[in-house]
Design a protein around this ligand. Structure first.
Ligand SMILES: [Zn+2]
Ligand SMILES: [Zn+2]
Length: 83
């Protein structure tokens, strides 16, 4: 008899990670664009946060040189890779 049991370990693990990400940690900030809490996000001193994914999508509007990005909330310049 062929077992129809499908390995769902990968899916279960993904759900576990998502659930974990939903839990608030003090360092995690909710992305102001998509509302998700990601392990890494670009943050501004004013409290604005944007996740890497949204930054990738909006980098053309937030950065003009690829070195700094300006906060849409307060207009402050923030550097890439200088967190
Ligand atoms: Zn986002
Ligand atoms: Zn700001």
């Amino acid at each position: 008899m062929i077992s129809t049991e499908i390995k769902t370990e990968g899916v279960a693990e993904k759900e576990r990670i998502e659930r974990r990400q939903r839990r608030r940690r003090t360092r995690d900030r909710e992305c102001h664009c998509c509302g998700r809490t990601t392990p890494f996000s670009w943050t501004c001193r004013c409290g604005f946060a944007i996740c890497q994914e949204c930054m990738n999508e909006n980098v053309w509007g937030l950065s003009c040189n690829g070195i700094t990005w300006h906060c849409p909330e307060c207009g402050q310049q923030n550097g890439f890779g200088n967190q």
